[in-house]
Design a protein around this ligand. Sequence first.
Ligand code: HEM
Length: 543
Amino acid sequence: MSSSSSFSASLLPVTLLSLAGFAIYRLLVYPLFISPLAKIPSAHWSSAISPLWILYVRFKQNETETLAGVHEALGPVVRVGPNDVSVNDIGFAKTIHTSFNRTKYYSIFVNYDTSCMFSTIPSKEHAMRKRLVSHVYTKTFIQSSPTVASQARAILLDRLLPVITASTAAGQESHGIEVSALFMATSMDFITAHGYGLAGGTDFLHRTVYCEHWIQTYITRFQALFYLQELSGITRFLAKVGMRLQPRTSIQAKAELEDWNQGMFDRTAVRLADHSGLQDDGVLAESRTKTTRLSDDSDALKTTFAWGQPEDEPTVMLSLLSSLEREQAAHKVDRALYDKILREPVLMAQSELYDHIIAGQETTAMTLTYLAWKLAVHQDVQGLLRAELLSLQKSEDDPSAPFFPDAKTLDALPVLHAVIMETLRLHAPFEGPQPRQTPEAGCRVGPYELPGGVRIATMAYTLHRDAVVFPDPETWDHTRWIGADDEAKKARNRQFWAFGSGSRMCIANHFAMHELKAIAAMIYSRFKTHIVDDSMMDPEDKE
Ligand code: HEM
């Protein structure tokens, strides 16, 4: 044996020992004792050293209830993984949601391989996307737009009212009406009308067979999301080497839904071009030719465009396309961002619209389903609501006109507001964690200093069940939201988290509230409802 090989052999144990020592330090000593997160109580004995426990909880789709129990036992800040923290405190939640970026968890909302507002992580880029479209979701816009008003009227009086009336015909009463699918259809008609105009959107309230197919496709699309949300790197790598964790059916369903949305987009683009008299040289033409050039005439869409019927105006699509043209003409934004967002303006607009439809459909449908259930259980409150609505009807000038108060009038009704707020409190559609990451420079959360890059999340579920702010939290009690603006009510409003808060809060909270109020008002001013069968509702939600 040469002297150099014996020297190498003697180095081997030292090297192995050093590596083992380093591994023990990195994997055990550092996360357990030295990491700034070490002082935070652990949700599980393994949380400090391994993400396996929280990954398993997420895989079992049990995170919300599990973390609620953990917070009850361990307090408002809990470590759920080596680099993963859950927070249940309104003050900390406000800090986190003011400026912290989203995480890759949201990449599942990338559509057509193109980012939208929801899936965009950097805040500067997000702000630019939001600017393109936020004005058509403001409260002032929603309450004063003739288009929004006439769309609501048409969907509710011409489509929903006849369906519900038919269910009350002699012999039909005992069958009732399946409200979950009914509200999915109604919500879809509302949000696609805002996007593409009444004529360009869906008519799911009539096309019930297709609506049922759509719902099944939607459920299939969001199957096995765990892999993409929590293990996106591994999932994408395995897909490249031919091993798919995401079911093929889910990938096909995503493609089908994207095609379906693109159909609405393309048909609306044709209508826009016809009505506006634009030549084939702008964003509209692009949606047909799929080139990437924008029109030089920045305001052409807005100024030359006029519809015969206000309800047919495709508000969101028009706003997106005109904003994109304006941005290009003004060159206001910095080059890198500008290139990224405007490189594929048509795909960008399609992705954004698709996202609004997905985000805006199930959320409102779920809320309406719970609302209908609670009002059927609480007949006394249903009576109060009806009395409030009918008091408006009497004051109308023309008693023979179909009862349909305007958005501002509806918004001022205390019982209507209270029943919706209480339903959103107890059954927030996004009740689980909304993950963010701590900024590079780190931050303070209560007594803890956290480094940058830590995943940190709050949940509407626990914030809405804080017994100090909402005594007897599991009880549906609309009176929480009625009465003078005393300190207790201010605290409740502050802690209301159904739409999130800060720069990434729901862009459409006013649209959603308007829609919920208009639908509830149409129904409860005309019908008395009761439960025919609620066996599909979660027994844990029953009072
Ligand atoms: C009851 C109805 C609704 C509820 C409870 C709700 C709730 C929320 C919440 C909690 C977020 C933030 C999610 C997070 O950061 O993790 C959000 C974001 C968003 N919502 Fe809603 N939403 C509702 C209806 C709608 C509707 C009708 C639309 C249609 C446009 C919509 C579009 C969006 C969009 C685009 C975002 C992303 C905003 C951003 O990234 O800046 N939502 N929503």
